[in-house]
Design a protein around this ligand. Structure first.
Ligand SMILES: [Ca+2]
Length: 223
Protein backbone atom coordinates (compact mmCIF):
# COMPACT_ATOMS: atom_id res chain seq x y z
CA UNK A 1 0.00 0.00 0.00
CA UNK A 2 2.82 2.35 0.85
CA UNK A 3 4.37 1.79 -2.54
CA UNK A 4 1.06 2.55 -4.21
CA UNK A 5 0.81 5.81 -2.32
CA UNK A 6 4.33 6.72 -3.30
CA UNK A 7 3.57 5.94 -6.91
CA UNK A 8 0.47 8.12 -6.80
CA UNK A 9 2.41 10.93 -5.21
CA UNK A 10 5.09 10.67 -7.88
CA UNK A 11 2.46 10.73 -10.61
CA UNK A 12 0.88 13.88 -9.17
CA UNK A 13 4.24 15.61 -8.94
CA UNK A 14 5.08 14.68 -12.52
CA UNK A 15 1.71 15.93 -13.72
CA UNK A 16 2.26 19.21 -11.92
CA UNK A 17 5.75 19.57 -13.35
CA UNK A 18 4.53 18.84 -16.85
CA UNK A 19 1.79 21.43 -16.48
CA UNK A 20 4.06 24.21 -15.26
CA UNK A 21 5.64 25.08 -18.62
CA UNK A 22 2.23 25.30 -20.30
CA UNK A 23 0.85 27.60 -17.62
CA UNK A 24 3.95 29.74 -17.83
CA UNK A 25 3.48 30.16 -21.57
CA UNK A 26 -0.09 31.33 -21.33
CA UNK A 27 -1.87 34.13 -19.58
CA UNK A 28 -4.05 33.32 -16.60
CA UNK A 29 -7.15 33.82 -18.68
CA UNK A 30 -6.19 31.69 -21.65
CA UNK A 31 -8.55 28.70 -21.68
CA UNK A 32 -6.96 26.86 -24.63
CA UNK A 33 -5.39 23.49 -23.91
CA UNK A 34 -1.87 23.12 -25.25
CA UNK A 35 -1.80 26.64 -26.78
CA UNK A 36 1.83 26.19 -27.85
CA UNK A 37 1.31 22.67 -29.29
CA UNK A 38 4.09 21.18 -27.17
CA UNK A 39 1.91 18.48 -25.58
CA UNK A 40 0.03 17.27 -28.65
CA UNK A 41 -2.94 16.24 -26.53
CA UNK A 42 -5.56 14.01 -28.14
CA UNK A 43 -8.99 15.57 -28.75
CA UNK A 44 -10.52 13.45 -25.99
CA UNK A 45 -8.00 15.04 -23.62
CA UNK A 46 -9.13 18.51 -24.66
CA UNK A 47 -6.48 18.85 -27.36
CA UNK A 48 -6.71 20.24 -30.86
CA UNK A 49 -8.98 18.66 -33.46
CA UNK A 50 -7.16 18.63 -36.78
CA UNK A 51 -8.83 18.58 -40.20
CA UNK A 52 -7.72 18.39 -43.81
CA UNK A 53 -4.04 19.15 -44.40
CA UNK A 54 -2.94 19.81 -40.82
CA UNK A 55 -0.27 18.45 -38.53
CA UNK A 56 1.74 19.18 -35.43
CA UNK A 57 5.09 20.46 -36.69
CA UNK A 58 8.60 20.39 -35.26
CA UNK A 59 10.29 22.18 -38.17
CA UNK A 60 9.17 25.65 -37.11
CA UNK A 61 8.20 26.99 -33.68
CA UNK A 62 7.87 30.43 -32.12
CA UNK A 63 8.23 28.92 -28.65
CA UNK A 64 9.26 25.47 -27.52
CA UNK A 65 9.76 22.86 -30.19
CA UNK A 66 6.33 22.47 -31.77
CA UNK A 67 3.72 24.41 -33.70
CA UNK A 68 0.63 23.73 -35.82
CA UNK A 69 1.03 23.61 -39.61
CA UNK A 70 -2.03 24.05 -41.84
CA UNK A 71 -1.37 23.82 -45.55
CA UNK A 72 -2.93 23.09 -48.90
CA UNK A 73 -2.54 22.72 -52.62
CA UNK A 74 -4.73 24.81 -54.89
CA UNK A 75 -4.82 24.39 -58.62
CA UNK A 76 -6.62 25.60 -61.69
CA UNK A 77 -8.82 23.10 -63.51
CA UNK A 78 -10.41 23.23 -66.95
CA UNK A 79 -13.98 22.88 -65.69
CA UNK A 80 -16.18 24.69 -63.16
CA UNK A 81 -15.36 25.89 -60.57
CA UNK A 82 -11.99 26.26 -62.39
CA UNK A 83 -10.09 26.59 -59.11
CA UNK A 84 -9.98 23.85 -56.49
CA UNK A 85 -8.73 24.77 -53.06
CA UNK A 86 -8.22 23.85 -49.47
CA UNK A 87 -9.49 24.83 -46.05
CA UNK A 88 -7.25 23.21 -43.45
CA UNK A 89 -7.09 23.84 -39.76
CA UNK A 90 -7.45 22.88 -36.13
CA UNK A 91 -9.87 23.89 -33.39
CA UNK A 92 -10.99 23.52 -29.79
CA UNK A 93 -14.53 23.95 -28.43
CA UNK A 94 -15.77 25.40 -25.13
CA UNK A 95 -19.13 26.29 -23.54
CA UNK A 96 -20.14 29.91 -24.14
CA UNK A 97 -23.11 32.04 -23.09
CA UNK A 98 -25.03 34.57 -25.21
CA UNK A 99 -23.57 38.03 -24.76
CA UNK A 100 -20.21 36.73 -23.54
CA UNK A 101 -17.19 38.51 -25.00
CA UNK A 102 -14.07 36.81 -26.29
CA UNK A 103 -10.76 37.56 -27.92
CA UNK A 104 -8.48 35.15 -29.75
CA UNK A 105 -4.85 35.86 -30.57
CA UNK A 106 -1.92 33.87 -31.85
CA UNK A 107 1.13 34.05 -34.05
CA UNK A 108 1.51 32.87 -37.64
CA UNK A 109 4.33 32.55 -40.12
CA UNK A 110 4.74 31.41 -43.71
CA UNK A 111 8.14 29.78 -44.29
CA UNK A 112 8.03 30.89 -47.90
CA UNK A 113 6.11 33.89 -49.16
CA UNK A 114 2.49 32.94 -49.84
CA UNK A 115 1.64 32.97 -53.56
CA UNK A 116 -1.74 34.15 -54.78
CA UNK A 117 -4.30 36.66 -53.57
CA UNK A 118 -6.73 34.03 -52.30
CA UNK A 119 -4.42 32.25 -49.92
CA UNK A 120 -4.07 33.16 -46.25
CA UNK A 121 -3.78 31.95 -42.68
CA UNK A 122 -5.92 33.31 -39.83
CA UNK A 123 -7.20 32.55 -36.37
CA UNK A 124 -10.97 32.57 -36.06
CA UNK A 125 -13.78 32.22 -33.52
CA UNK A 126 -17.21 30.82 -34.36
CA UNK A 127 -20.32 30.45 -32.18
CA UNK A 128 -22.86 27.62 -32.39
CA UNK A 129 -26.28 26.90 -30.90
CA UNK A 130 -27.37 23.65 -29.24
CA UNK A 131 -28.16 22.14 -32.65
CA UNK A 132 -24.70 22.94 -33.95
CA UNK A 133 -25.83 25.80 -36.19
CA UNK A 134 -23.19 28.43 -36.96
CA UNK A 135 -24.58 31.64 -35.44
CA UNK A 136 -22.02 34.24 -36.44
CA UNK A 137 -21.34 37.02 -33.97
CA UNK A 138 -23.17 40.08 -32.73
CA UNK A 139 -20.72 42.19 -34.68
CA UNK A 140 -21.36 40.29 -37.91
CA UNK A 141 -25.15 40.11 -37.54
CA UNK A 142 -26.84 41.15 -40.74
CA UNK A 143 -23.99 40.01 -42.91
CA UNK A 144 -24.78 37.13 -45.23
CA UNK A 145 -21.18 36.12 -45.65
CA UNK A 146 -19.29 36.68 -42.40
CA UNK A 147 -20.43 33.99 -39.97
CA UNK A 148 -17.37 34.19 -37.81
CA UNK A 149 -14.76 36.65 -36.72
CA UNK A 150 -11.38 36.17 -38.30
CA UNK A 151 -8.11 37.87 -37.47
CA UNK A 152 -5.74 39.72 -39.75
CA UNK A 153 -3.95 37.42 -42.17
CA UNK A 154 -0.66 35.81 -42.99
CA UNK A 155 -0.82 36.29 -46.75
CA UNK A 156 1.13 37.25 -49.88
CA UNK A 157 2.05 40.61 -48.33
CA UNK A 158 3.54 39.05 -45.18
CA UNK A 159 7.35 38.75 -45.21
CA UNK A 160 8.48 35.11 -45.38
CA UNK A 161 9.74 33.71 -42.12
CA UNK A 162 8.37 36.52 -39.94
CA UNK A 163 6.02 35.57 -37.08
CA UNK A 164 3.20 38.10 -36.93
CA UNK A 165 0.51 38.67 -34.30
CA UNK A 166 -2.97 37.50 -35.34
CA UNK A 167 -5.86 39.06 -33.40
CA UNK A 168 -9.63 38.73 -33.77
CA UNK A 169 -10.31 41.73 -31.55
CA UNK A 170 -13.27 41.52 -29.16
CA UNK A 171 -16.06 39.23 -30.35
CA UNK A 172 -19.54 38.99 -28.77
CA UNK A 173 -21.56 35.77 -28.71
CA UNK A 174 -25.04 36.15 -30.27
CA UNK A 175 -28.36 35.04 -28.86
CA UNK A 176 -28.70 31.27 -28.68
CA UNK A 177 -24.98 30.59 -28.24
CA UNK A 178 -24.05 27.31 -26.57
CA UNK A 179 -20.45 26.85 -27.66
CA UNK A 180 -17.47 28.71 -29.06
CA UNK A 181 -14.89 27.16 -31.38
CA UNK A 182 -11.41 28.64 -31.70
CA UNK A 183 -9.63 27.86 -34.97
CA UNK A 184 -6.34 28.02 -36.74
CA UNK A 185 -7.13 28.10 -40.45
CA UNK A 186 -5.32 28.06 -43.76
CA UNK A 187 -7.46 28.87 -46.80
CA UNK A 188 -6.07 28.53 -50.33
CA UNK A 189 -8.05 29.14 -53.49
CA UNK A 190 -5.13 30.81 -55.23
CA UNK A 191 -4.75 28.31 -58.06
CA UNK A 192 -1.02 28.71 -57.55
CA UNK A 193 -0.31 25.01 -58.16
CA UNK A 194 2.10 24.75 -55.26
CA UNK A 195 1.85 23.29 -51.78
CA UNK A 196 2.01 26.14 -49.26
CA UNK A 197 0.80 26.90 -45.78
CA UNK A 198 1.11 28.68 -42.45
CA UNK A 199 2.54 27.69 -39.07
CA UNK A 200 0.72 28.78 -35.91
CA UNK A 201 2.02 28.99 -32.33
CA UNK A 202 1.32 30.60 -28.94
CA UNK A 203 -2.44 30.90 -29.25
CA UNK A 204 -4.77 32.43 -26.70
CA UNK A 205 -8.54 32.44 -26.22
CA UNK A 206 -9.75 34.73 -23.45
CA UNK A 207 -13.20 35.25 -21.98
CA UNK A 208 -13.43 38.93 -21.10
CA UNK A 209 -15.01 40.36 -17.97
CA UNK A 210 -17.60 43.11 -18.35
CA UNK A 211 -15.08 45.79 -17.53
CA UNK A 212 -12.23 44.24 -19.50
CA UNK A 213 -11.34 46.08 -22.69
CA UNK A 214 -9.61 43.03 -24.09
CA UNK A 215 -6.13 44.43 -23.72
CA UNK A 216 -5.37 42.63 -20.49
CA UNK A 217 -3.47 39.38 -20.37
CA UNK A 218 -4.84 38.10 -23.63
CA UNK A 219 -1.73 38.35 -25.74
CA UNK A 220 1.09 36.00 -24.88
CA UNK A 221 4.11 38.12 -25.74
CA UNK A 222 6.48 36.53 -23.29
CA UNK A 223 7.12 33.17 -24.88
CA1 LIG B 1 5.27 25.98 -29.55
Amino acid sequence: MKNKKLALYAALVCTWLVCVPQVALASDENILKDPSFELQLAPDQGGWVLFDESRFASDSARSGQQSMFNWGFSQNVAFPPFVVGTVSGSYQEFPAAPGSRWRMTGFGVAPNAIKGASAFGVVQVSFFDAAGKDLGTVETAGSKTAKARTSNQVNARTPAGKWILLDTGIVTAPEGTETIQAFTLYVDYSGSNIAQGVYFDDLSLCALDDDDNGQLNCIDNDS
